[in-house]
Design a protein around this ligand. Structure first.
Ligand code: B12
Ligand code: SF4
Length: 500
């Protein structure tokens, strides 16, 4: 555990910039990891911290902030790695002395690749709160020797040093609450906050593991009291009454979830909330308690309409459970979004059609079909590599959007390839739209959620449209404009149909 920097004034003056680069084929959302890091730094006296989420904020402003920064910390996913390299180079051109550190999912999985980048000085592996604190303390003490900082790769006189790994945090309750002011709040839905109650996941799906174990660590969760305290804070401080939990699965532990519901009911918190859950861990009683506690919407991953493919993914669910949970949710008036993937290695084209057909007949409120892409260091990626099914070995390619702005297929098996998968995705869109589904693209999860919460509110639809317009102007991608218009039209349809 760290000690407070000896030089308090130097800590206050150290200029720190935290940034998440833009992803062309990814979603936007509050970057919690950086917010946790910022909170830890602030708790220890580092007050000159600014945050930039380049999905929404201008790159020019970010680069200006970096001109006299002492430390720039990047959040980096596989998709944003290309942007990290470009931005790090630009920063170093203007401010050679600034220390550039890159952390988050991608560097945690492939630290060698990231430290090899000329303009990256340090790579942070795994949880970054204490790593960043110790790096900042070193800088405040004018010490650029990081040999005592665990969990990093760093450069010393042109050689790369690998420090011992950092232990996982055992008690998440001891962390300060994330810094909800790190990013400009007006870029996110003002009424919605996205906290996380746990880290990691105890399951072992092949599209996700063992990579997620490296990124998020073994499964740990905060106490109910600690989570409720954060919800209270969000309510009091920002007037937030809508919560979208970011946990991989909020329903892992039934007892914990019931306790959370009990607390929310007992304290009359009156928040509306949304969570990702697994169908095998939900039952009628839990859903009833969830509804009483303010749950309005759950996301569930069915992934495929073929039980064989679900087993292939090692999902540990069955299709009957999907139907059953949707049915219970409908009875409780909890809305549901169901996630599917097509283009899974080992899947047949027939099975992809089965998925579309299965999805189209569900009694859910929303569907999301995405094209499967390999995350580095997963069993999914290994299958693709062993069979030479991957059309690229360049991680940057995964950030290339398809025609809908969603993820593109990069897998070519003996039976199918990108063209077949894209064609099926198009067919799925047509089928779903014809049946009146709201949206099927992964880009719009957040917007869907708020449109569901605020279904009858023109104000929100207008804001959503403006958000899409801004992204269209920022990126030049017509898909944003198309989706913005789509929301307006859907809202108009809904108003005509319901008279509201
Ligand atoms: C919530 C979430 C989202 C949200 C919000 C995104 C966000 N950036 O926070 C939404 C829904 C928008 C999203 C979208 C996507 N996501 Co996502 N998401 C998650 C999830 C479930 C939780 C993230 C989280 O908040 N964790 C809690 C915080 C505290 O942890 P953290 O973010 O990892 O940060 C810690 C460390 O990484 C580290 N750290 C982070 N930044 C930095 C910086 C420095 C300098 C240092 C030293 C350390 C450091 O310290 C932090 C504190 O301990 C993770 C899975 C997971 N980790 O459990 C996937 C995950 C990050 N997502 C993933 C993916 C693939 C996506 C999408 C591509 C999916 C899609 N279909 O489009 C998009 C693209 C996003 C993008 N812009 O690139 C992958 C990333 C894999 C990879 N190799 O890059 C993950 C790991 C899931 C998985 N199973 O593979 N996601
Ligand atoms: S896909 Fe979801 S349930 Fe499966 S291991 Fe990953 S986070 Fe856990």
């Amino acid at each position: 555990m760290s000690t407070i920097s000896l030089n308090k004034q130097a800590a206050q003056q150290l200029k720190i910039v935290l940034v998440s680069p833009i992803s062309r084929a990814g979603n936007g959302g509050f970057i919690l990891g950086l917010a946790y890091i910022s909170a830890m730094l602030k708790q220890h006296g580092f007050s000159n911290i600014s945050g930039f989420d380049l999905m929404y904020q201008k790159e020019k402003q970010f680069l200006e902030a970096c001109i006299d920064a002492d430390l720039v910390g990047f959040y980096c996913t596989t998709r944003t790695f290309r942007e990290v390299r470009r931005l790090a180079a630009t920063i170093k051109q203007k401010n050679q002395g600034c220390l550039v550190i890159v952390g988050g999912p991608h560097p945690t999985l492939v630290p060698d690749q990231v430290i090899a980048v000329r303009d990256v000085d340090v790579v942070g592996i795994g949880e970054g709160e204490f790593t960043m604190l110790e790096i900042a303390q070193n800088l405040a003490d004018k010490n650029r020797n990081f040999s005592a900082v665990k969990g990093i790769y760093w450069k010393k006189d042109k050689s790369i040093i690998i420090n011992p790994a950092r232990e996982l945090l055992t008690d998440l309750d001891r962390l300060p609450l994330p810094d909800w002011d790190l990013f400009d709040r007006k870029n996110y839905h003002r009424d919605i906050a996205t906290p996380i109650a746990s880290r990691g996941c105890p399951y072992n799906c092949i599209n996700c593991m063992p990579a997620l174990n490296k990124i998020a660590g073994s499964y740990r969760r905060r106490s109910v009291t600690n989570v409720v305290a954060e919800l209270n804070y969000l309510k009091k401080q920002y007037g937030i009454n809508h919560i979208f939990f970011q946990d991989n699965d909020l329903s892992v532990n039934r007892k914990w979830l019931i306790e959370l519901c009990d607390q929310l009911i007992k304290r009359q918190m009156q928040i509306r909330w949304h969570a990702l859950c697994r169908v095998n861990t939900l039952d009628q009683y839990v859903l009833h308690r969830m509804k009483q506690a303010g749950c309005v919407h759950i996301n569930i991953g069915a992934e495929s309409g073929s039980q064989r493919v679900i087993n292939l993914l090692n999902k540990k669910i069955d299709l009957k459970q999907v139907h059953r949970v949707i049915d219970w949710c409908n009875r409780e008036s909890i809305e549901t979004t169901v996630f599917f993937m097509i283009g899974i290695p080992g899947e047949t084209l027939e099975e992809m059609r089965k998925t579309i057909n299965f999805a189209a007949h569900l009694k859910a409120d929303d569907l999301m079909i995405s094209v499967a892409q390999p995350v580095p260091h997963t069993k999914f990626e290994k299958i693709c590599l062993d069979n030479q099914w991957l059309l690229t070995d360049n991680p940057d390619d995964f950030d290339t959007p398809d025609e809908t702005g969603g993820m593109k297929c990069w897998i070519q098996t003996d039976q199918w390839g990108p063209k077949d998968v894209q064609k099926l995705k198009r067919e799925a869109r047509e089928i779903f739209h014809a049946q009146g589904w709201r949206e099927i693209d992964n880009k719009f999860l957040f917007r869907n959620f708020s449109s569901i919460l605020c279904k009858r509110d023109w104000h929100y639809v207008g804001l959503m449209f403006l958000e899409e317009w801004r992204k269209f102007v920022q990126t030049g991608s017509v898909s944003y404009l198309r989706h913005g218009l789509y929301f307006l039209i859907k809202k108009l349809q809904l108003s005509v149909l319901t008279g509201k």
